[in-house]
Write a protein that binds this ligand. Sequence first.
Ligand SMILES: [Cu+2]
Length: 484
Amino acid sequence: MERRQFLQYAGSSIAAIALVQCTRAAKHQRPSPPLVSVDGALTVDLTATEQTVTLAGRSAQLLTYNGQMPGPLWEVQAGDTLAVNFTNGLTQPTNLHFHGLHIPPTDRADNVFVSVPSGEQFRYEFAIAPTHPGGLFWYHPHHHGLVAAQLAGGLAGPLIVRGAVDAIPEIQAASEEILVLQDFDLTWRGQRREPTPIFRRWGRQGDLITVNGDRAPGLTIPQRGLLRLRLLNASPSRIYRLRLENHPWHLIGMDGSTLAAPLALDDLILAPGNRADVLVAGDREPGAYTLMSLPYDRGISDMMAAMEDDAAPSVDAATGAIAQLQYGDATTEVPLPQTLLTSPELPTPSRRREFVLDHGIDGDQAFLINGRGFAHDRVDTTVQLGTVEEWHIVNKAGMDHPFHLHTNAFQIVRRNGQPVPTPMWQDVVNIPAYESVDLLVPFNDFAGKTVYHCHILDHEDQGMMGIIEMQAASTHRATQQSMI
Ligand SMILES: [Cu+2]
Protein backbone atom coordinates (compact mmCIF):
# COMPACT_ATOMS: atom_id res chain seq x y z
CA MET A 1 0.00 0.00 0.00
CA GLU A 2 1.35 3.42 -0.94
CA ARG A 3 1.74 5.94 1.81
CA ARG A 4 -0.95 8.17 0.28
CA GLN A 5 -3.48 5.34 0.27
CA PHE A 6 -2.55 4.54 3.84
CA LEU A 7 -3.20 8.12 4.86
CA GLN A 8 -6.56 8.13 3.17
CA TYR A 9 -7.35 4.94 4.98
CA ALA A 10 -6.21 6.50 8.20
CA GLY A 11 -8.50 9.45 7.77
CA SER A 12 -8.31 12.03 10.49
CA SER A 13 -9.21 9.82 13.40
CA ILE A 14 -5.78 9.69 14.95
CA ALA A 15 -5.99 10.27 18.65
CA ALA A 16 -3.15 11.61 20.70
CA ILE A 17 -1.38 8.99 22.73
CA ALA A 18 0.21 10.33 25.83
CA LEU A 19 2.10 7.91 27.97
CA VAL A 20 0.84 8.26 31.48
CA GLN A 21 3.52 9.67 33.70
CA CYS A 22 4.27 6.84 36.06
CA THR A 23 6.29 8.41 38.77
CA ARG A 24 4.47 7.04 41.78
CA ALA A 25 6.28 4.16 43.43
CA ALA A 26 3.64 1.62 44.35
CA LYS A 27 3.79 -1.40 46.58
CA HIS A 28 5.21 -4.13 44.41
CA GLN A 29 2.80 -6.75 43.14
CA ARG A 30 4.43 -9.96 42.04
CA PRO A 31 2.56 -12.01 39.45
CA SER A 32 1.61 -14.28 42.31
CA PRO A 33 1.09 -16.69 43.85
CA PRO A 34 3.71 -18.73 41.99
CA LEU A 35 2.60 -22.26 41.29
CA VAL A 36 5.68 -24.46 41.54
CA SER A 37 6.12 -28.03 40.30
CA VAL A 38 6.44 -30.84 42.81
CA ASP A 39 8.08 -34.21 42.14
CA GLY A 40 8.55 -33.43 38.45
CA ALA A 41 5.02 -32.28 37.68
CA LEU A 42 2.86 -29.18 37.76
CA THR A 43 -0.89 -29.43 37.16
CA VAL A 44 -2.85 -26.19 37.10
CA ASP A 45 -6.41 -25.06 36.45
CA LEU A 46 -6.67 -22.04 34.21
CA THR A 47 -9.91 -20.23 33.36
CA ALA A 48 -10.20 -17.31 30.96
CA THR A 49 -13.00 -14.94 32.03
CA GLU A 50 -14.04 -11.36 31.50
CA GLN A 51 -14.36 -9.60 34.82
CA THR A 52 -13.72 -6.45 36.79
CA VAL A 53 -10.29 -6.32 38.36
CA THR A 54 -8.10 -3.73 40.03
CA LEU A 55 -5.54 -2.48 37.56
CA ALA A 56 -3.01 0.16 38.60
CA GLY A 57 -5.24 1.18 41.48
CA ARG A 58 -8.44 1.56 39.46
CA SER A 59 -11.30 -0.65 38.40
CA ALA A 60 -11.10 -2.13 34.91
CA GLN A 61 -13.19 -4.57 32.89
CA LEU A 62 -10.59 -6.98 31.48
CA LEU A 63 -10.00 -10.48 30.16
CA THR A 64 -8.23 -12.45 32.86
CA TYR A 65 -6.77 -15.84 33.67
CA ASN A 66 -8.18 -16.96 37.04
CA GLY A 67 -9.20 -13.35 37.73
CA GLN A 68 -5.54 -12.28 38.01
CA MET A 69 -3.68 -9.60 36.04
CA PRO A 70 -1.33 -10.84 34.68
CA GLY A 71 -2.14 -14.56 34.77
CA PRO A 72 -0.62 -16.80 37.45
CA LEU A 73 3.12 -17.43 37.45
CA TRP A 74 4.05 -21.06 36.84
CA GLU A 75 7.48 -22.41 37.71
CA VAL A 76 8.83 -25.76 36.54
CA GLN A 77 12.21 -27.46 36.22
CA ALA A 78 13.62 -28.65 32.91
CA GLY A 79 12.52 -32.30 32.80
CA ASP A 80 9.10 -31.68 34.37
CA THR A 81 5.64 -32.33 32.96
CA LEU A 82 3.14 -29.47 32.80
CA ALA A 83 -0.62 -30.06 32.59
CA VAL A 84 -3.10 -27.19 32.18
CA ASN A 85 -6.81 -27.85 32.66
CA PHE A 86 -8.05 -24.95 30.62
CA THR A 87 -11.61 -23.58 30.67
CA ASN A 88 -12.81 -20.98 28.21
CA GLY A 89 -15.15 -18.68 30.13
CA LEU A 90 -15.04 -16.03 27.38
CA THR A 91 -17.88 -15.37 24.94
CA GLN A 92 -15.65 -16.21 21.96
CA PRO A 93 -13.22 -19.04 21.10
CA THR A 94 -9.66 -18.97 22.37
CA ASN A 95 -6.71 -21.31 22.99
CA LEU A 96 -3.23 -21.29 24.51
CA HIS A 97 0.24 -20.82 23.05
CA PHE A 98 3.26 -21.62 25.22
CA HIS A 99 5.54 -18.94 23.82
CA GLY A 100 9.19 -19.93 23.46
CA LEU A 101 8.94 -23.46 24.79
CA HIS A 102 10.75 -26.09 22.74
CA ILE A 103 8.00 -28.72 22.89
CA PRO A 104 5.89 -30.47 20.21
CA PRO A 105 3.54 -28.19 18.23
CA THR A 106 0.97 -30.97 18.05
CA ASP A 107 -1.70 -32.80 20.07
CA ARG A 108 -2.06 -31.40 23.60
CA ALA A 109 1.25 -29.52 23.61
CA ASP A 110 1.91 -26.16 21.90
CA ASN A 111 -0.82 -26.69 19.33
CA VAL A 112 -2.12 -23.32 18.08
CA PHE A 113 -4.55 -25.04 15.70
CA VAL A 114 -6.67 -26.08 18.68
CA SER A 115 -9.82 -24.01 19.10
CA VAL A 116 -11.55 -24.08 22.48
CA PRO A 117 -15.13 -22.82 21.96
CA SER A 118 -16.83 -20.58 24.51
CA GLY A 119 -17.79 -22.53 27.61
CA GLU A 120 -15.66 -25.58 26.77
CA GLN A 121 -12.56 -27.12 28.28
CA PHE A 122 -9.27 -28.46 26.93
CA ARG A 123 -6.43 -30.20 28.75
CA TYR A 124 -2.93 -29.23 27.61
CA GLU A 125 -0.22 -31.62 28.73
CA PHE A 126 3.43 -31.97 27.75
CA ALA A 127 6.89 -32.88 28.99
CA ILE A 128 9.67 -30.31 29.02
CA ALA A 129 12.97 -32.02 28.14
CA PRO A 130 15.67 -32.25 30.84
CA THR A 131 17.97 -30.37 28.41
CA HIS A 132 15.45 -27.54 27.93
CA PRO A 133 17.03 -24.10 28.43
CA GLY A 134 16.16 -22.31 31.64
CA GLY A 135 14.37 -19.05 30.98
CA LEU A 136 11.26 -16.91 31.18
CA PHE A 137 8.51 -18.04 28.83
CA TRP A 138 4.81 -17.14 28.75
CA TYR A 139 1.38 -18.33 27.79
CA HIS A 140 -1.23 -16.35 25.86
CA PRO A 141 -4.10 -16.88 23.37
CA HIS A 142 -3.28 -17.67 19.75
CA HIS A 143 -6.67 -17.97 18.05
CA HIS A 144 -6.16 -16.39 14.63
CA GLY A 145 -8.22 -13.23 14.15
CA LEU A 146 -8.78 -12.70 17.88
CA VAL A 147 -5.22 -12.61 19.22
CA ALA A 148 -4.67 -8.84 19.44
CA ALA A 149 -8.01 -8.17 21.16
CA GLN A 150 -7.51 -10.99 23.67
CA LEU A 151 -3.95 -9.89 24.51
CA ALA A 152 -5.06 -6.25 24.75
CA GLY A 153 -7.76 -7.42 27.15
CA GLY A 154 -4.97 -8.70 29.39
CA LEU A 155 -4.68 -12.44 28.66
CA ALA A 156 -1.03 -13.31 29.34
CA GLY A 157 0.86 -15.14 32.04
CA PRO A 158 4.53 -15.86 32.84
CA LEU A 159 6.15 -19.30 32.97
CA ILE A 160 9.61 -19.93 34.38
CA VAL A 161 11.64 -22.98 33.41
CA ARG A 162 14.58 -23.52 35.78
CA GLY A 163 17.60 -24.88 33.95
CA ALA A 164 21.38 -24.68 33.69
CA VAL A 165 21.47 -20.88 34.02
CA ASP A 166 19.81 -21.06 37.43
CA ALA A 167 22.65 -23.27 38.73
CA ILE A 168 25.31 -20.56 38.19
CA PRO A 169 26.28 -19.64 41.79
CA GLU A 170 26.07 -15.85 41.39
CA ILE A 171 22.66 -16.16 39.74
CA GLN A 172 21.45 -18.51 42.44
CA ALA A 173 22.48 -15.89 44.99
CA ALA A 174 20.73 -13.03 43.17
CA SER A 175 17.34 -11.76 44.25
CA GLU A 176 14.83 -12.14 41.44
CA GLU A 177 11.95 -10.04 40.14
CA ILE A 178 9.65 -10.87 37.24
CA LEU A 179 8.24 -7.85 35.44
CA VAL A 180 5.31 -8.45 33.08
CA LEU A 181 4.85 -5.33 30.92
CA GLN A 182 1.38 -4.73 29.49
CA ASP A 183 -0.41 -1.71 28.11
CA PHE A 184 -4.12 -0.93 28.11
CA ASP A 185 -6.40 1.45 26.26
CA LEU A 186 -9.29 2.11 28.65
CA THR A 187 -12.11 4.62 28.95
CA TRP A 188 -12.48 6.58 32.17
CA ARG A 189 -15.02 3.95 33.22
CA GLY A 190 -12.36 1.26 32.84
CA GLN A 191 -13.89 -0.29 29.71
CA ARG A 192 -11.64 -1.47 26.90
CA ARG A 193 -11.70 0.89 23.93
CA GLU A 194 -12.36 -0.55 20.47
CA PRO A 195 -9.36 0.28 18.28
CA THR A 196 -9.95 2.64 15.37
CA PRO A 197 -8.98 1.39 11.89
CA ILE A 198 -5.69 3.30 12.11
CA PHE A 199 -4.83 1.62 15.39
CA ARG A 200 -5.64 -1.80 13.97
CA ARG A 201 -3.40 -0.94 11.03
CA TRP A 202 -0.59 0.36 13.17
CA GLY A 203 -1.08 -2.16 15.96
CA ARG A 204 -3.16 -1.16 18.98
CA GLN A 205 -1.37 0.55 21.87
CA GLY A 206 -2.67 1.82 25.18
CA ASP A 207 -1.50 4.80 27.19
CA LEU A 208 -1.68 2.92 30.51
CA ILE A 209 1.50 0.88 30.96
CA THR A 210 1.41 -1.61 33.81
CA VAL A 211 4.02 -3.83 35.43
CA ASN A 212 2.47 -6.90 37.05
CA GLY A 213 -0.88 -5.11 36.89
CA ASP A 214 0.44 -2.08 38.74
CA ARG A 215 2.20 1.16 37.92
CA ALA A 216 5.92 1.68 38.49
CA PRO A 217 6.45 -0.81 41.32
CA GLY A 218 9.25 -0.29 43.82
CA LEU A 219 12.03 -2.92 43.72
CA THR A 220 15.05 -3.46 45.95
CA ILE A 221 18.66 -3.70 44.79
CA PRO A 222 20.57 -5.69 47.42
CA GLN A 223 23.55 -3.53 48.35
CA ARG A 224 26.75 -5.44 47.35
CA GLY A 225 24.48 -8.16 45.89
CA LEU A 226 22.73 -8.80 42.59
CA LEU A 227 19.19 -8.09 41.42
CA ARG A 228 18.03 -10.32 38.56
CA LEU A 229 15.30 -8.59 36.55
CA ARG A 230 13.32 -10.78 34.20
CA LEU A 231 11.25 -8.65 31.86
CA LEU A 232 8.47 -9.84 29.56
CA ASN A 233 6.82 -7.66 26.93
CA ALA A 234 3.26 -9.02 26.97
CA SER A 235 1.82 -6.02 25.10
CA PRO A 236 0.06 -6.66 21.79
CA SER A 237 2.02 -4.04 19.80
CA ARG A 238 4.11 -1.73 21.93
CA ILE A 239 7.89 -1.88 21.54
CA TYR A 240 9.60 -0.75 24.74
CA ARG A 241 12.89 1.12 24.91
CA LEU A 242 14.03 0.81 28.51
CA ARG A 243 16.86 2.55 30.31
CA LEU A 244 18.10 2.22 33.88
CA GLU A 245 19.01 5.81 34.60
CA ASN A 246 22.44 6.56 36.09
CA HIS A 247 23.16 2.93 36.93
CA PRO A 248 24.85 0.09 34.99
CA TRP A 249 22.92 -3.04 34.12
CA HIS A 250 23.94 -6.20 32.28
CA LEU A 251 22.06 -8.44 29.89
CA ILE A 252 22.56 -12.15 30.58
CA GLY A 253 20.00 -13.58 28.18
CA MET A 254 17.19 -12.90 25.73
CA ASP A 255 13.98 -14.87 25.33
CA GLY A 256 14.78 -18.44 26.45
CA SER A 257 18.53 -18.18 26.02
CA THR A 258 21.61 -17.31 28.07
CA LEU A 259 24.69 -15.42 26.83
CA ALA A 260 28.29 -16.61 27.16
CA ALA A 261 29.05 -13.62 29.43
CA PRO A 262 27.14 -10.62 30.81
CA LEU A 263 26.84 -7.79 28.30
CA ALA A 264 26.79 -4.17 29.50
CA LEU A 265 23.47 -2.68 28.43
CA ASP A 266 22.62 0.80 27.32
CA ASP A 267 19.02 0.86 26.15
CA LEU A 268 17.07 -2.38 26.12
CA ILE A 269 14.67 -2.76 23.20
CA LEU A 270 11.88 -5.23 23.90
CA ALA A 271 9.52 -6.09 21.05
CA PRO A 272 6.20 -7.81 21.81
CA GLY A 273 6.94 -11.35 22.98
CA ASN A 274 10.57 -10.62 23.87
CA ARG A 275 11.97 -11.39 27.29
CA ALA A 276 15.20 -10.05 28.77
CA ASP A 277 17.19 -11.48 31.66
CA VAL A 278 19.18 -8.68 33.29
CA LEU A 279 21.49 -8.30 36.30
CA VAL A 280 21.80 -5.11 38.32
CA ALA A 281 24.87 -5.19 40.60
CA GLY A 282 24.41 -3.27 43.84
CA ASP A 283 27.92 -1.80 43.70
CA ARG A 284 27.11 1.88 43.14
CA GLU A 285 26.15 4.76 45.38
CA PRO A 286 23.20 3.50 47.42
CA GLY A 287 20.08 5.39 46.46
CA ALA A 288 17.07 5.36 44.16
CA TYR A 289 17.30 4.67 40.43
CA THR A 290 14.51 4.72 37.87
CA LEU A 291 13.86 2.19 35.12
CA MET A 292 12.45 4.41 32.38
CA SER A 293 10.33 3.71 29.33
CA LEU A 294 11.54 5.98 26.51
CA PRO A 295 9.86 6.78 23.20
CA TYR A 296 10.27 4.24 20.43
CA ASP A 297 9.25 5.00 16.87
CA ARG A 298 7.77 1.96 15.10
CA GLY A 299 7.55 3.89 11.83
CA ILE A 300 4.48 5.93 12.60
CA SER A 301 6.31 9.28 12.61
CA ASP A 302 6.95 9.09 8.85
CA MET A 303 3.26 8.62 8.37
CA MET A 304 2.47 11.54 10.63
CA ALA A 305 4.96 13.77 8.83
CA ALA A 306 3.44 12.80 5.50
CA MET A 307 0.07 13.99 6.73
CA GLU A 308 1.51 17.53 6.49
CA ASP A 309 -0.56 18.42 9.49
CA ASP A 310 1.22 20.43 12.14
CA ALA A 311 -1.48 19.49 14.60
CA ALA A 312 -0.78 15.78 14.13
CA PRO A 313 0.28 14.41 17.50
CA SER A 314 3.72 12.99 17.97
CA VAL A 315 2.91 9.41 18.84
CA ASP A 316 4.42 7.80 21.88
CA ALA A 317 6.72 10.73 22.56
CA ALA A 318 6.21 10.67 26.30
CA THR A 319 8.47 9.08 28.87
CA GLY A 320 7.50 7.29 32.04
CA ALA A 321 8.85 5.17 34.87
CA ILE A 322 8.52 1.39 34.62
CA ALA A 323 9.93 0.69 38.09
CA GLN A 324 11.68 2.46 40.96
CA LEU A 325 14.80 0.65 42.16
CA GLN A 326 15.99 1.42 45.65
CA TYR A 327 19.12 0.14 47.38
CA GLY A 328 18.34 -2.11 50.32
CA ASP A 329 20.43 -3.44 53.16
CA ALA A 330 23.96 -4.67 52.55
CA THR A 331 24.23 -8.41 51.90
CA THR A 332 27.07 -10.84 51.44
CA GLU A 333 28.96 -9.66 48.39
CA VAL A 334 27.87 -11.28 45.13
CA PRO A 335 29.88 -10.17 42.08
CA LEU A 336 28.68 -10.19 38.49
CA PRO A 337 29.45 -13.63 37.06
CA GLN A 338 32.38 -13.59 34.60
CA THR A 339 30.98 -16.32 32.38
CA LEU A 340 27.54 -17.79 31.84
CA LEU A 341 26.67 -20.56 29.35
CA THR A 342 28.14 -21.43 25.97
CA SER A 343 25.97 -22.64 23.12
CA PRO A 344 27.31 -25.12 20.55
CA GLU A 345 28.33 -23.89 17.10
CA LEU A 346 25.74 -24.63 14.44
CA PRO A 347 26.70 -26.61 11.32
CA THR A 348 26.62 -24.89 7.94
CA PRO A 349 22.99 -24.31 6.92
CA SER A 350 21.75 -26.69 4.25
CA ARG A 351 19.29 -24.25 2.78
CA ARG A 352 18.64 -20.53 2.55
CA ARG A 353 15.14 -19.09 2.37
CA GLU A 354 13.80 -15.58 2.03
CA PHE A 355 10.76 -14.17 3.79
CA VAL A 356 9.55 -10.76 2.61
CA LEU A 357 7.31 -8.81 4.98
CA ASP A 358 5.11 -6.26 3.29
CA HIS A 359 1.75 -4.54 3.41
CA GLY A 360 -1.31 -5.41 1.35
CA ILE A 361 -4.68 -3.81 1.00
CA ASP A 362 -7.19 -4.62 3.70
CA GLY A 363 -8.91 -7.23 5.83
CA ASP A 364 -7.04 -10.50 6.28
CA GLN A 365 -4.73 -9.55 3.39
CA ALA A 366 -3.56 -6.28 4.93
CA PHE A 367 -0.18 -7.71 6.00
CA LEU A 368 1.72 -10.21 3.89
CA ILE A 369 4.63 -12.65 4.01
CA ASN A 370 6.05 -13.41 0.55
CA GLY A 371 3.03 -11.68 -0.99
CA ARG A 372 0.42 -13.80 0.73
CA GLY A 373 -1.85 -13.36 3.71
CA PHE A 374 -2.38 -16.23 6.15
CA ALA A 375 -4.43 -19.25 5.03
CA HIS A 376 -5.14 -21.94 7.61
CA ASP A 377 -5.20 -24.75 5.02
CA ARG A 378 -1.97 -23.88 3.20
CA VAL A 379 1.55 -25.00 4.17
CA ASP A 380 3.90 -22.16 3.24
CA THR A 381 7.22 -23.65 4.27
CA THR A 382 8.33 -27.30 4.56
CA VAL A 383 11.54 -28.15 6.40
CA GLN A 384 13.31 -31.42 7.22
CA LEU A 385 14.19 -32.36 10.76
CA GLY A 386 17.91 -32.83 11.29
CA THR A 387 18.82 -29.72 9.27
CA VAL A 388 19.83 -26.12 9.93
CA GLU A 389 18.44 -23.41 7.66
CA GLU A 390 19.40 -19.79 7.09
CA TRP A 391 16.42 -17.46 6.92
CA HIS A 392 16.76 -14.04 5.33
CA ILE A 393 13.89 -11.88 6.56
CA VAL A 394 13.35 -8.61 4.73
CA ASN A 395 11.02 -5.88 5.93
CA LYS A 396 9.97 -3.95 2.81
CA ALA A 397 7.48 -1.84 4.71
CA GLY A 398 7.69 1.47 6.53
CA MET A 399 6.77 -0.03 9.90
CA ASP A 400 8.69 -2.34 12.26
CA HIS A 401 7.64 -5.99 12.25
CA PRO A 402 8.86 -8.33 15.02
CA PHE A 403 9.20 -11.85 13.57
CA HIS A 404 8.37 -14.84 15.79
CA LEU A 405 8.83 -18.54 15.09
CA HIS A 406 7.11 -21.17 17.24
CA THR A 407 8.77 -24.38 18.56
CA ASN A 408 12.36 -23.47 17.61
CA ALA A 409 14.52 -20.54 18.64
CA PHE A 410 16.95 -19.03 16.13
CA GLN A 411 20.32 -17.33 16.22
CA ILE A 412 20.50 -13.80 14.78
CA VAL A 413 23.72 -13.70 12.75
CA ARG A 414 23.43 -10.61 10.52
CA ARG A 415 21.52 -7.34 10.41
CA ASN A 416 21.31 -5.57 7.04
CA GLY A 417 23.96 -7.96 5.75
CA GLN A 418 26.48 -7.11 8.50
CA PRO A 419 27.51 -9.72 11.10
CA VAL A 420 26.18 -8.88 14.56
CA PRO A 421 28.80 -8.64 17.35
CA THR A 422 26.92 -10.92 19.76
CA PRO A 423 24.77 -13.41 17.83
CA MET A 424 21.79 -13.78 20.17
CA TRP A 425 19.42 -16.71 20.41
CA GLN A 426 15.87 -15.43 20.41
CA ASP A 427 12.37 -16.45 19.39
CA VAL A 428 11.20 -12.93 18.46
CA VAL A 429 13.42 -10.57 16.47
CA ASN A 430 12.37 -7.03 15.65
CA ILE A 431 13.01 -5.99 12.06
CA PRO A 432 12.84 -2.20 11.81
CA ALA A 433 11.23 -0.60 8.75
CA TYR A 434 13.17 -1.28 5.52
CA GLU A 435 15.76 -3.47 7.30
CA SER A 436 16.67 -7.17 7.15
CA VAL A 437 18.02 -9.92 9.40
CA ASP A 438 19.62 -13.29 8.77
CA LEU A 439 18.78 -16.10 11.16
CA LEU A 440 20.12 -19.61 11.64
CA VAL A 441 17.31 -21.98 12.57
CA PRO A 442 18.03 -25.54 13.71
CA PHE A 443 15.26 -28.08 13.21
CA ASN A 444 16.25 -31.04 15.36
CA ASP A 445 13.09 -32.56 16.77
CA PHE A 446 9.30 -32.25 16.84
CA ALA A 447 7.61 -33.02 13.54
CA GLY A 448 4.35 -31.31 12.72
CA LYS A 449 2.86 -28.01 11.68
CA THR A 450 3.20 -24.71 13.43
CA VAL A 451 3.45 -21.01 12.52
CA TYR A 452 5.75 -18.01 12.14
CA HIS A 453 4.29 -14.53 12.27
CA CYS A 454 4.60 -10.87 13.13
CA HIS A 455 4.26 -10.37 16.88
CA ILE A 456 2.44 -7.07 16.43
CA LEU A 457 -0.68 -9.09 16.91
CA ASP A 458 -3.01 -6.91 14.85
CA HIS A 459 -0.66 -7.63 11.94
CA GLU A 460 -0.80 -11.37 12.65
CA ASP A 461 -4.61 -11.24 12.82
CA GLN A 462 -4.64 -9.39 9.47
CA GLY A 463 -2.54 -11.91 7.59
CA MET A 464 1.15 -11.66 8.52
CA MET A 465 1.54 -15.33 9.42
CA GLY A 466 2.60 -18.50 7.61
CA ILE A 467 2.44 -22.23 8.33
CA ILE A 468 5.61 -24.28 8.56
CA GLU A 469 5.59 -28.06 8.42
CA MET A 470 8.54 -29.84 10.01
CA GLN A 471 8.93 -33.29 8.47
CA ALA A 472 10.79 -36.22 10.00
CA ALA A 473 13.39 -37.71 7.63
CA SER A 474 11.30 -40.86 7.10
CA THR A 475 8.22 -38.77 6.21
CA HIS A 476 10.38 -36.83 3.74
CA ARG A 477 11.50 -40.05 2.01
CA ALA A 478 7.95 -41.40 1.97
CA THR A 479 6.71 -38.17 0.37
CA GLN A 480 9.44 -38.32 -2.26
CA GLN A 481 8.64 -41.95 -3.05
CA SER A 482 4.95 -41.25 -3.39
CA MET A 483 5.80 -38.44 -5.79
CA ILE A 484 7.77 -40.89 -7.95
CU1 LIG B 1 3.97 -6.51 12.02
